[in-house]
Each structure stands twice: as structure tokens, then as C-alpha cells.
Write a protein that binds this ligand. Sequence first.
Ligand SMILES: Nc1nc2c(ncn2[C@@H]2O[C@H](COP(=O)(O)OP(=O)(O)OP(=O)(O)O)[C@@H](O)[C@H]2O)c(=O)[nH]1
Ligand SMILES: [Mg+2]
Length: 302
Amino acid sequence: MTVSGEGTGPSIDAGVSRSRTGFGSRLRGLLRGGVDADVWEEVEETLVSADLGANLAIEIVGRARDRPDLTPEAAVRHELTALFAPRDPIPWPRKPGPGIPAVVLVVGVNGTGKTTTIAKLAYRFKTRGARVLLAAGDTFRAAASEQLGVWAGRIGVPVIAHASGADPSAVVYDALDAAVARDIDVVIVDTAGRLHTKNNLMEELAKIRRTIARRIPDAQPEVLFILDATTGQNGLVQARAFHESTNMTGVVLTKLDSTARGGVAFSIERALGVPVRFVGVGERVEDLLDFDPDAFVEALFA
Ligand SMILES: Nc1nc2c(ncn2[C@@H]2O[C@H](COP(=O)(O)OP(=O)(O)OP(=O)(O)O)[C@@H](O)[C@H]2O)c(=O)[nH]1
Ligand SMILES: [Mg+2]
């Protein structure tokens, strides 16, 4: 893993190359021939196999077939792109006001790429001139704080950590104090991976949220849910449970480079009404892209 850019930066084309040669090429092959009822059924199956979910696949094919004004491929591409809400051009995250840091709380199940994504975000914000501070809110997993500390050292951003086993809310409180004192622009909070079925651990996230609200009432924290793109439709179940406990404001789809079925990007945004903000396309700090729906669909069909 490297900190500074070596060679060319990542691209969405490279990031979705497995999905493109997987379901993308299958769709292209089907839609560029003569498309009869049987072929439409195969299109639907291909979308299901790409992790869009059966209902969404049926809906897309139904609407695409209703567009005789477009070629079948153009109609499907149009319907896929239309699943995403229009993107907000305002830089993210927004600093609530002078002297008040933007706070980004990063949550998700175990091993989805939370800590790596935090390093990528810190690198990105710092490169663009923001003052960044990390909070080591994963006090549960052995060596989690150290892992975050190593990234922070490489990127050159400060990190606030407590001893292993400490209350994550206390770490967050201290980090916010430090952020206000040091005129920090963005605080990014790491949290322990947790299964969405563990109520006590989900309550811990709600407590962290309350702590943020108490220390900085105007903080309007962003809650980023980190979804491993390789988990497919099961990821939707996780996402719904996290949404209920934390009221997430954005999704990062990680490991898009490792899957041939990147279709969960479509279904998650539709299911939760929460935007996919970034995609992870590798293990280096540079390997994070703004999620651009048009470029994503374009790259799948390229
Ligand atoms: N290929 C690829 N690997 C990734 C990406 N993001 C994270 N990883 C890898 O996924 C593994 C887990 O990443 P972590 O960042 O430690 O995940 P985590 O969610 O913090 O894990 P816990 O703290 O144990 O819950 C590491 O090997 C990362 O390098 C990505 O976008 N692409
Ligand atoms: Mg972690």
C-alpha cells in the first residue's frame, strides 16, 4: 500500500473491469442482437445475477420494453442511470460553520473496508487542503487503533485514541474537543465492525451519535455506511438495519474492483434513498472515486 500517487490514478473503467466483463458484457451481447421476449427474460436474469435483486430487475426490463423510441441497449442504460438521484455538486462534507468541524461517522459490518476508506478519505481531504483529524472509535478489535495510527502517520494527520476497551463515545468526545481547539475542518470517526443483528452494538452507535450532538449541537454529522460490494443482496439487509439505528447519510461501496457483480450499487440507493457517495476500487489511499452514476453505467457498457 502506498500513500502518494504512483503512476496513473484509479479510474471507474478499471474499477468495474470485472463487472464489465461479467454482467456488462452479457448485457451488451444480449441487447445488441435481435431482442425478443426470450432475450428480455435473459436480460432480467442477468440483472438478477448481477445483484440488482429480482424486483428491480423486473421493473427495469418492464420499463425498458416500453421505450420503442430507444434501442434496447439505450433503454436499459437509461433505466439503470435513472435509478440514481441527481448528484449534489456541493463539496462533501459541508463544514457546518466557522469553528465547527464537519463530522463523518463511519459504520458497517466487520471487514467491509471502514478503516481503509477512512485513510482514503483523509488522504483526499488533506490533499485538497482540509485539516483532518481521525478518531479511533474502534476500541474493541485488538490493534484497530494501531492500524488507524499507521495510516494517520503515513498520510500525516493527527489521530485521537484511547486504550483498548475504552468507551468509543469517550474517544469521540475527546476528538471533538481536540478538533475545536485545533481548528480542524473534518473529523472522521472509525468504529468497530459489528453485525447488524447485535442490538447492544447498534445502540453503541446511537450513543456515539448522541455524544456528537451533545458536544457539537450544530455538527450535523454525516454517517457513512461502508458496504462491501462483494456481499451482494445480503448487504441490503445490513444496510437497512444500520439505517434504522444511525440514520445514515451516505454509502461507500468498497471492493468494487473485486466483484463481477457490482449491481448492488443500483439496488442500495433505490432501497434506502441514500446516495452512494464513493466507491473503493483498490487497497491504496488513492483508490477512492466519487461515485458518478453516468460514468458508472457508461463503464459497465464500454
Ligand atoms: N480490493 C480492495 N480491497 C479493499 C478495498 N477496501 C478495503 N479493502 C481491503 O479490505 C480489507 C479490510 O479492510 P479494513 O479497512 O481493515 O476493514 P474494516 O471494515 O475496517 O474491518 P474491521 O475494522 O475489522 O471491521 C483490507 O485487506 C483492505 O485492504 C477496496 O476498495 N478494494
Ligand atoms: Mg477497521
